[in-house]
Every structure is written in structure tokens, then in C-alpha cells.
Design a protein around this ligand. Sequence first.
Ligand code: 0WE
Length: 261
Amino acid sequence: MELKQMSLLSGKVGIVFGVANKRSIAWAIAQAWHEAGARLAFTYQGERLRENVEELGAAFGSDTLILPCDVTKDEDIATVFEALKAKVGRLDLLLHSVAFAPRDALEGQFLSTSREAFRIAHDVSAYSLVALARTAASLMGDGGSIITMSYYGAEKVVPHYNVMGVAKAALEASTRYLAYDLGPRKIRVNCISAGPVNTLAARGISGFTEMVKHYETHAPLKRNVLPQELGAAGLFLASDGSAAITGQVIYVDCGYQIMGM
Ligand code: 0WE
């Protein structure tokens, strides 16, 4: 057994939103939490992903709670936390690793963003954190840690990231306001801003390969972030090592964000 991290999250209960497959950032963080002794529940978005998530979740034990959740549906969110309350009765950790904008909004100019694409991107990628945090907080009686995922396009223009950049800016601001509201209940809310990772969400994004190469040449560490390093950052933010850290955006991007040129 991995004695080194056994105790970091032992006795803790977490829920993970945003696993699609084994390459998902959510899965990397879930593995780190699991190895540190946390008990985890998972949600999946749509029947298409059900099998994937059930297979992955089963690796953590046959009693792993795995539930469907469309984060744009308040009823789904309520059902998930009711099931968690009934089965486990408590919650310490929540990972929000969910984003979506209609594909055509991630091509061409931001100027062309339709009202509907803007609404969808913000509903799925930013408001969902608020809805999940509010419902999760009611189960976090001993405090907790809520973590969400962002990207540099929230603060600087990354061509074609477009409305997702605006939605991530809303997500980062939401992180701060939630941290303020939930701080008195010892619930921390932080954001990990990851460098590019080759996940399902990145697949088919034109220029993604060039972006990965750009980071390799321009980031201070001259390489890209590894999923397991996002896992380690997620473990830090979930653990008492980060007990005085809330409302922050932590860049886990091999230093890329510090560069001006
Ligand atoms: O946040 C993201 C991508 C999230 C995402 C991905 C898709 C692809 C499929 C949101 N919505 C959709 N909608 C789809 O239909 N990243 C940080 C990865 C990413 O996406 C980019 C990037 C990077 C980096 C899009 C354009 C430019 C850079």
C-alpha cells in the first residue's frame, strides 16, 4: 500500500464532475484523491459516457457511486446530492471539470458569437460551479474544498478560445465570490489553470498540436504539464496543506503564464 499519501485524504469523501475517459483531467485528479485515501463518487454527462465512467469508477471498488448529471439541470444536481447524502451522508471535496461551448463558437471570430452560444457556454462552464457549490455546501458540515478548472484564455486572448475565454473569466470570478460566501463555513474554493492537455475536450481543436509545441518552446520549464501533475495540484488543494488558500487561480502550466513574450 502507498503509505506516503495514505493519510492525506483518509476519511474524506469527494465527488468528481467531468470524467469522460481515462485521459480526462478529472480522472487524473480523482486518481490522486483515491491514492490519498478519499472515497469518491462520480457523475457522467449523458448515456454516451456512462460505460466509460462506470468502468473507471469500478476500479475504485464496486460500491463506487456513479450517477448521471447534466449540470444545466437543477433536478439532476438535486438528485445527485440526495443520493450522496443517503449513501454516504457527508462531503468534503468537489471537483468541477466541466466546460462546453458550441463548436462553431470556437472557430472564427469572437465577434460572431451568437446569444445562444454565449448563454450555453456560460451556463455549462460557469454557472454550473455556482449551482454545484450551493448544493454541495449543504453536505460539507466539516468544511471542504471545491476545485474547478480554468485556462489562460480567461485572462489573455488565445485565438479561437473565444467565448470559452469569457466563460472561464466568469468561472474565475465566481471562484472568488464563492470563496467569500463559503469561507465562514470553512469551505475553500480554488481554480487550477492548466496548460494544454490532450483530452477529449481538446481533440479536433484546430491548432492544438501547434499550441502544445508553443508551450514546449516558450514555457520556462520547456515542456507541457502532465495529467499526474494536475492530480498532484488537485491533491494539494484538497488537502490541509492548502488550508489557508481560497479564492485563488493556481497556474499549473510549466510557468507559461508569467511570460510577457
Ligand atoms: O477549455 C478548453 C476546451 C473546452 C471545450 C472544448 C470543446 C470541443 C468540442 C469547450 N467546448 C467544446 N465544444 C466542442 O464542441 N480548453 C482549455 C482546451 C482548448 O480549447 C481551445 C483551446 C484550448 C487550449 C479552443 C481554441 C483554442 C485553444
